[in-house]
Write a new protein. Structure first.
Length: 150
């Protein structure tokens, strides 16, 4: 959502922003997995036990299971936690998470960049309304995902 919010204001910054988001996400995945391996669970609000069980099942055969995260609606933090609990190799986790997060952010980044570049003058004039509408849309989608996994 950071990319969606900020791309409207400065479309030229989308590649750098997308790269930063992927790097931060990978760092978060690895830290979360390491903490979970040590028995420390970071807070995971707006998640369910079914999500956690699905993440564990996806990772049961190895780190490549994180590829299921992109379209599942399950936050990556639950996959990271499950990887730590299962003792998943951190290098394999970093590699597969990099593939998943990188491909997803590249696709989203390209789409957002194309739309923001095309609509930039309008989006800049109506930025407040744009933020409200995209935030409301995100909140609705999040509520539907959590409800579906409840």
């Amino acid at each position: 959502m950071t990319l969606v919010f900020l791309a409207a204001a400065v479309p030229s910054r989308v590649p750098a922003l997308a790269s930063s988001i992927v790097a931060g996400s990978l760092a978060g995945v690895l830290l979360n997995a390491r903490l979970a391996a040590a028995g420390w669970w970071l807070p995971a609000p707006l998640t369910t036990e079914r999500m956690q069980a699905a993440a564990r099942a996806d990772l049961a055969d190895g780190a490549h299971g994180i590829l299921h995260q992109a379209l599942s609606g399950i936050p990556v933090k639950l996959y990271a936690r499950a990887a730590g609990e299962l003792g998943t190799d951190p290098w394999a986790l970093a590699a597969w998470a990099g593939v998943e997060r990188g491909l997803r952010m590249a696709a989203v980044g390209l789409l957002v960049w194309l739309v923001a570049r095309r609509l930039n003058p309008w989006l800049r004039r109506c930025y407040g309304a744009y933020l409200v509408l995209t935030a409301a849309g995100f909140a609705c989608a999040l509520a539907m995902i959590v409800a579906a996994w409840s």
